[in-house]
Design a protein around this ligand. Sequence first.
Ligand code: SAM
Ligand code: SF4
Length: 319
Amino acid sequence: MQDRLGREIDYMRISITDRCNLRCGYCMPECGVPSVPHDMILRFDEIVGLVKIFCSMGIKNVKITGGEPLVRKGAVGLIKDIKAIDGIEKVSMTTNGILLSKNLNALAEAGIDSINISLDTLNRQKYLNITGFDGLNTVLKAIDECRAFPEMKVKINAVTMVDYNRDEICNLADFAAGVGATLRFIEMMPLGLGTGFDGYSQDEIIAVLEESYGSAKTINDKAGSGPAKYYSFEGLEGRIGFISPMSHKFCGSCNRIRLTSEGLLRPCLGSDVGIDLRKPMREGASDEELAQIIHDGIVNKPEGHCFETTDSLMSKIGG
Ligand code: SAM
Ligand code: SF4
């Protein structure tokens, strides 16, 4: 369906937990997130029921995220159930990769279309500094294992931070090209703990890449369901994507909405607007009534993000 500004909304991100097994400094407090009572979290059957309604309203692509989605037991089964919904075309997941190895076969069997793996550095010590966990080799092993499933697209998402990983930009590009994955740089968003970090802009990263690989060329076809813009470089195999909400604001063509693990419909990542779906659903609202609430939420999707006045943690909304 379209919102009041004519934007076609066909993509939804579902955060299935706000817990995580890592502590990335820009996302998750060192002490983790305050514990939420179990019954405030949507059950998987409730999520599937809601996705069916969203799907009837035009949602075609679903991304499962978190927190870390794979820390929630049964996440793969949920993916399978969502993939089976008539009208859902693609289901993907964003993960830090720590628990990916042991779930890979089941994810492939569930029919997942693509996996985005977050990786900001290829240096073991820096990985530990950024995430609080000595897990680089575990993630690299999982990425390597993904190559056994060519039908499953793999993207590597990297956030850059001044003083942390400028020198990793080309290492990550070479690495992604070597394993046949698409690398995307996400600009640091001043949301939650992200406000404490300075990131590099798209243009700064392109300049670094051009120094090593020659001039960048825009690629016009879309390689995903989201806002990434893709470039090729003369001396580099494959393409590099950029998700640049700060320097190249894409709100005018935003096609996405979010559902949090507690059942809030969040029409915009950079706004505190949240519409409770859990309460009416548990009070017995019909699918038609829920569809009306969702419709009103989508119609009123904010025109653009305003991170400065947004109070949420990224780990709650799921990126
Ligand atoms: N745990 C999973 C992961 O790391 O992929 C999924 C959730 S995580 C919140 C989703 C993405 O958001 C990750 O790629 C992470 O790097 C990114 N992210 C978290 N905080 C951010 C911030 N302040 N600015 C930009 N990206 C951020
Ligand atoms: Fe966890 Fe992902 Fe946030 Fe890192 S970015 S703390 S892996 S939710």
